[in-house]
Design a protein around this ligand. Structure first.
Ligand SMILES: [Ca+2]
Ligand SMILES: [Ca+2]
Ligand SMILES: [Ca+2]
Length: 236
């Protein structure tokens, strides 16, 4: 009876380093507890603009991001997710014209945007001079209190034959309109325009983002050249 205890501890340890598993994009949270990277809930003035717990998982097909959010009875709420690899030169501006900008050493090559009212999303790719915007190709559910999006490796430019890669991302909630900035952010809490103390609804200059969550992907081996290994690290 007592001999079983060490085996149980070992199994939990393996899961905690980022066990690869698929996520079903259906608005029901099926991420593992160890996939939680940011308990962001409760840091805005109003719940309908608040990002809650943020999760990341991966499997051999791509990366999955899940986050708590419910616009409740509000309208005009939009969600953006910036994605990039370390070597990519990307855009400095927001493809939907919000007061959100990017600066520093790493710029988003991709931004996913969702207009919750109409369930309209766009996959925006930096083309060197502006954003090429492709509507409604994303597997992204926002109709429940837990939103989920799949980002296949071929969509975000991950070389699945490489032994190591990093994927950076940030997620924000904003509202429709050219004076709207990031009301809530996941990584950049210090830049978000809504806090428990109040909200700045309109700004006349972009809020500049330069730091991101990082997903580290290790693998594959020579005999597994189509899948990533089982190790994932996340750091801020
Ligand atoms: Ca799910
Ligand atoms: Ca939040
Ligand atoms: Ca936040």
């Amino acid at each position: 009876m007592f001999a079983k205890a060490p085996m149980l501890i070992l199994a939990i340890t393996v899961l905690c380093v980022g066990w690869a598993h698929a996520v079903v994009i259906d608005g029901v949270n099926d991420f593992a507890p160890a996939d939680l990277i940011d308990p962001d809930g409760g840091d805005t003035e109003f719940a309908p603009i608040d990002i809650g717990d943020v999760y990341v998982a991966h499997d051999s097909d791509g990366i999955y991001i899940g986050y708590g959010h419910d616009q409740d009875g509000w309208t005009g709420v939009q969600v953006g997710i910036a994605v990039m690899l370390p070597t990519m030169a990307g855009g400095t501006t927001d493809p939907w014209g919000h007061q959100i900008g990017f600066q520093g050493a790493c710029f988003p090559l991709y931004i996913a945007y969702k207009n919750i009212d109409s369930d309209w999303d766009e996959w925006c790719e930096w083309n060197g001079a502006g954003w090429t915007q492709t509507p409604n190709i994303l597997d992204w559910i926002v109709s429940t209190e837990f939103d989920e999006i799949a980002l296949p490796y071929d969509l975000i430019g991950v070389d699945c034959t490489a032994s190591f890669t990093q994927v950076f991302f940030e997620i924000w909630v904003t509202q429709e309109g050219g004076t709207k900035g990031p009301l809530d952010l996941s990584y950049n809490d210090d830049l978000q325009l809504s806090t428990t103390a109040g909200t700045t609804w309109d700004v006349d200059a972009p809020v500049m983002i330069s730091c991101y969550h990082c997903i580290e992907l290790y693998g594959p081996s020579a005999t597994e050249n189509s899948t990533w290994g089982s190790i994932k690290n996340l750091y801020k």
